[in-house]
Every structure is written in C-alpha cells, then in structure tokens.
Design a protein around this ligand. Structure first.
Ligand code: AKB
Length: 357
C-alpha cells in the first residue's frame, strides 16, 4: 500500500517552510476539523529543509528530474500538490531560459503527474498553484494610477519572464483540469487546479531572494539588524503586500474550499497596499534609527512600475470567505516586528512560527 501524501515542491523556500510548519502543526493538533485534512507531507526541494517536523518526509531533488517524480509516484499516492517551486522575477530576468525550464517545464511535468494520479485514483488530485501580481502588466504610471485595484481578468500583459511563466502556467492548469484529453476520452475532470495571485510577501522568519518585491522585507530585516539599506525602487512606487501567515492561510483555505463554491480557477488575494516610502515609515516607527535610502535600480524599478498598486480580491472574499488576518497595523505590530526582534536578538536562523494568527 502506498502512503497517501500531500506533495509540496519548493518546500525549503519562504512559503514552503511556512506552509509546512502550519500543516505539520495541524497534524499534531487535536482539533476535530483538522483531522479530515491530516496526511503525511512529502517535501521536495533542491535544498534541505532547515527543520523537519515529524510527519514530513524530505526528498532532495529537482522537479525537472522525471526519474525522481516516477519514483515518488511509485512509492506514494499523491492526493494533493502545493507546487511552490519557482525562480522569482528578478532572478528570472537574469536567467530567462533557466526560469522557463523551472517555472514552465517543471509545472507542466507536475500537471502531468497530477493528471495521471487523478486517473489512477479515480478522483481529482488538488493542484494548488501560487501565482503572482507579476501576471499583470500596466503599460505606464498614468494607467497604473488610473487602475488602482485590478481585477483578475484585467491587464493580463506580463512584462517579465516570471510573469509570463506564471500566467501561462495558470492557463495550463485550467487546460489540464477542464480540457485535457477531452477530445480523445469522455472524462469530466482530470485534476482540480486552483491558483491564488499573491502580492509581495513579507515573513518575519525568512528573507526572500530573487524577487522584485523583496525591498519591503529586506528593508525591515536590515533595520532589525541595525544595517543600512539602499532600497532599489523609488519612494513613490506602490504595490500590494501580505504577511506570510496570511499567504499560508490563503493557500490552505483555497485548497479546502468546496469545489462548487469556486466560480473561477484563479483568484486575486491581498492584504495592504503601501508605497516604498510608506513601508519605510512603518519600519521607522519601530526602528527609529534605521538608515534607509532610495537608490533605484532601473531594471527592477521598471518591473514594479508595471505591477498594480493594489488588487481587487472581492471574488475570493465572496466565494471562499477569504480575508487576511493582518492589516498593515497588525502585521507590523503583532507579527513582523516582535518576531523579527526576537529572531535577531536570539541570533536564530531557522524558521519560526510563521503560522500565528
Ligand atoms: C517577486 O517579486 O518576484 C515575487 C512576486 C511578486 O511574485 N515576490
């Protein structure tokens, strides 16, 4: 008998670590509601996880390694996939071919795997995909200002390799769940694809790498370590952000929403929108000695200039009850600042409880 598992790719990344922490806490908790969702976690990443909870089985390797994926399918019954592995937007601009390989070919391989598993089980595998504000592309600042809260179907004209990859993979996920092999075989559903488009994420326990929204978390983590920080975008640039516990909550809540409640496969989710200058002001309230300058990098600036200032997430709110637990005040006062202070005072490096609400 193969063990039933939830597969998490990119498990050692920022979102992966936080998600694993939350799911493994549920695994050991007694709450009756959680029991229905408890299963072993198969954590796949090129890098080792900094901490390994007891219901997590770690596999070090690449999502592009088809031999490895075949082996996993022969050993485990994969019921659910959180496919988090990706090269983020700035890194993808430096290595577009590598980004396409990981972000698109990697996703395609996992969609095939999920479709096969669904067929074998006779029930759709849930495929949860974190997409991004990078799928949007506003042509200029005037348009960005005139379109303050962008809806899912608006401005889907990404300007980065990462944004193109995410948008195309959303479409591939929809294709696999609605149309895959429909011409050949009369089969209603192959897999159950669900995606959220995240804004910039901010964790108290990990620092992102390779993203273009990274200036927010970098500013805060630098201030907590008494290091000067040169912000790589202009002070006036505005994008939406979200605290990491809310990102994890969005993934899990979407995964657990009843199928019939979902009116779309891809949802915007957001929490608060800040200009880089306002982000700096929040940091200064808690770290008044922080040295934060603005030294824009033209390429990275151009990327955030095309991203929306805010997202309209009313459909997620209506369909599956989405709401962030952390607005900007609560995010800084109750999650980011206390946890970051504790982290650097203790000199800790591993992830902490990124699951508190
Ligand atoms: C990035 O900056 O690339 C990511 C994202 C907004 O998806 N954080």
């Amino acid at each position: 008998m193969r063990a039933k598992v939830t597969l998490i790719t990119g498990a050692a990344g920022e979102v992966g670590q936080a998600l694993i922490q939350r799911l493994s806490t549920e695994f050991t908790c007694e709450s009756p509601g959680a029991a229905a969702f408890q299963r072993q976690i198969l954590a796949l990443d090129l890098n080792p996880l900094p901490a390994l909870p007891k219901n997590v089985h770690q596999v070090q390797g690449s999502i592009l390694d088809t031999g490895l994926l075949d082996r996993l399918v022969s050993e485990y019954e994969i019921e659910e996939i959180y496919h988090l592995a990706a090269l983020l937007s700035t890194r993808a601009e430096f290595s577009p071919d590598a980004a396409h390989k990981v972000n698109v070919e990697g996703t395609l391989g996992l969609l095939h795997l999920a479709a096969q598993q669904s067929e074998w089980r006779g029930a759709p595998v849930r495929f949860i995909f974190p997409s991004s504000i990078a799928v949007f592309g506003l042509p200029d600042l005037k348009t960005k200002t005139a379109a303050p809260r962008v809806r899912e179907w608006e401005w889907n004209y990404p300007t980065t390799m990462y944004g193109c990859n995410k948008l195309y993979c959303e479409l591939l996920g929809i294709y696999f769940s609605r149309h895959y092999r429909q011409l050949a075989v009369d089969r209603p559903t192959s897999l159950d694809f669900r995606a959220v488009r995240f804004p910039g994420l901010v964790s108290a326990f990990t620092v992102p790498s390779g993203g273009t929204s990274d200036y927010g978390p970098e500013m805060l983590h630098a201030a907590a370590q008494h290091k000067p920080y040169a912000c790589f975008v202009r002070e006036d640039v505005r994008i939406p952000f979200m605290a990491m516990p809310d990102a994890v909550k969005a993934l899990i809540d979407l995964a657990r929403a009843p199928r019939e409640a979902l009116s779309r496969p891809v949802y915007n989710v957001t929490s608060f929108s800040l200009s880089a200058g306002e982000f700096r002001d929040h940091v200064l309230r808690y770290f008044p000695d922080a040295q934060i300058d603005f030294v824009p990098d033209l390429k990275r600036q151009q990327i955030v200039d095309t991203w929306p200032a805010d997202l309209d997430d009313s459909t997620a709110r209506r369909d599956w009850g989405w709401h962030p637990d952390y607005d900007v005040e609560r995010a800084f006062a109750e999650y980011l600042v206390p946890s970051i202070r504790q982290r650097y005072e203790k000199g800790a490096r591993g992830p902490g409880p990124d699951t508190c609400a």
